[in-house]
Write a protein of this length. Structure first.
Length: 494
């Protein structure tokens, strides 16, 4: 269409008709004159010819510009404050991935404020099978909290935030039949690449916006593979984007390290005794042998029934050891002032409340009434059992050795599932060009508003943050530390 417009505007001949090019107009860069119709001759008017040429180029540039702008989808009024956009992308025949974008919405905006001047944060939840549009959004850091009230410390105040329900079958994402569920990390990432490519097609101005992928728990495992594939595609030019780094929250990168140190953590916190600890570590050694021999299904069964997690179900909340655990016992005591002592709500109650809110209120506002939203998908989880305990430390090493991406890891000090000691263990074993310098670097205090919120250790493109007063979901437990970490991740300089 562009060439047709160009030739229509260019309804004239060239003064170079008698040039050595013979039948080729030099101003048309090799376009044969024989293909032009209704040629008019302006042999003695070269200035007019040049004038028309430049006018044509200006008009064409405007056409191209406005065509690009037309592709940009206008933001919509969704659920809650600010401009939003959302929808499903078919990432494979019969497999549909749901995404929900919140455009940055600061409390105060300047007259020339442009959302595309702010970074894009892409959030992936863990599980696998837990929906980011619910957990990350309403429980952790979205513009509305679990009670659908405005949250003051939302990430959307400072960043564009894209929640993706991944893998397919999670949240509002769905598959047309069970054969379309994913079975490993690579398949998850392939779907995510399809999703992000279509997202940039829908809102092309985000191609020039600095982008960062963040994930929590199992989502962190997905993030490192996703970032590696995306970066390579970006290098080759098969995707036009500005991926700059990743943030990994209590990530499931080296499961065996996390499992081993989880038992130690519970022992040191007085949540199991020596008898329990010896029993758990015996099972953990058996688990290690199965992992080494790549017997993944058998390893998963040992993990599920005999390792530290089975104690956590009984004695503590999975996300934070300070959260009260409901317990049925033969020894019943009453205090009379329980309502004043709650640290936070029980997560089982939160899950029920969230699922009810989304299915009864949120999905109506998004016109998604034909879909049933679930906070966690059992089929998604079950299809990934054989991949669950596989480490991705080798991919982290590739990110450090082969890319310029920031790799920033953060861990809550009250996390019993993926304790900081386990995260530090696999990070210290990474093989990369600055490994020795990173290990020998002393950590610094992380101070926010004159309050010690944790510690940070970093060299080159790798950092680790110890977050005080935070469990498995650091953005929920300590938003002050997370604000500082996000500033570090999205800042140009290291």
């Amino acid at each position: 269409m562009m060439m047709i417009v160009f030739l229509t505007l260019f309804d004239c001949d060239s003064p170079a008709e008698n040039s050595k090019l013979r039948g080729v107009d030099p101003y048309l860069h090799g376009y044969p004159l024989s293909k032009l119709r209704n040629i008019k001759t302006y042999e003695h008017q070269p200035l007019l010819y040049l004038k028309m040429y430049w006018i044509s180029l200006i008009i064409l540039s405007k056409i191209i510009y406005f065509q690009d702008q037309v592709i940009v989808t206008e933001a919509k009024k969704g659920f809650g404050p600010g401009e939003q956009d959302w929808g499903h992308f078919e990432v494979r025949p019969g497999a549909y991935m749901f995404w929900w974008l919140y455009y940055v919405n600061p409390p105060v905006k300047s007259p020339d404020f442009d959302v595309f001047d702010k970074p894009l944060l892409i959030w992936l939840q863990g599980g696998p099978g837990v929906a980011s549009t619910g957990y990350g959004n309403f429980i952790e850091f979205g513009p509305l909290d679990i009670n659908l009230q405005k949250r003051n410390y939302t990430w959307v105040n400072d960043y564009n935030v894209l929640f993706i329900d991944s893998p397919v079958g999670t949240g509002f994402s769905y598959v047309e039949n069970d054969s379309l569920y994913v079975n490993d990390n690579q398949e998850i990432v392939n779907d995510l690449m399809g999703c992000i490519g279509k997202f940039f097609d829908r809102v092309p101005r985000f191609r020039n916006v600095s982008s960062y992928i963040l994930g929590e728990s199992y989502g962190g495992k997905v993030v490192v593979e996703f970032a590696h594939i995306w970066y390579k595609a970006q290098e080759k030019g098969t995707i036009i984007s500005k991926l700059q780094g990743i943030g990994l929250g209590s990530p499931w990168i080296s499961p065996i390290d996390s499992i081993y140190h989880s038992a130690e953590y519970l022992l040191n916190m007085g949540m199991i005794d020596t008898i329990d600890y010896i029993d758990v570590q015996k099972s953990t050694k058996e688990l290690q042998k199965l992992i080494n021999s790549e017997e993944w299904i058998q390893a998963f069964n040992i993990f599920l029934t005999n390792c530290a997690d089975r104690y956590l179900y009984r004695i503590s909340d999975f996300n934070n050891i300070l959260i009260e655990k409901k317990f049925v016992s033969s020894h019943i005591y009453t205090s009379g002032y329980r309502k004043f002592s709650n640290y936070t709500n029980d997560f089982e109650d939160l899950n029920k409340s969230l699922q009810s809110s989304i299915n009864n209120t949120v999905k109506k506002a998004l016109n998604l009434t034909d879909y049933e939203w679930t906070i966690s998908s059992d089929p998604v989880y079950e299809h990934l059992i054989a991949d669950f305990l596989k480490p991705v430390t080798n991919t982290v090493e590739k990110l450090l050795n082969e890319t310029s991406l920031k790799v920033y890891v953060f861990n809550g000090q009250l996390d019993p599932i993926i304790p900081t000691a386990g995260t530090l263990a696999w990070m210290e074993k990474l093989k990369w060009r600055h490994a020795e310098l990173w290990r020998s670097t002393k950590r610094d205090a992380l101070v926010v508003d004159n309050i010690l919120e944790g510690f940070v250790k970093g060299y080159g493109t790798l950092r680790l943050y110890w977050i005080s007063r935070a469990g498995h979901m650091a953005p929920l437990d300590n938003p002050f530390a997370m604000k500082a970490i996000l500033q570090d991740i999205t800042t140009e300089n290291f």
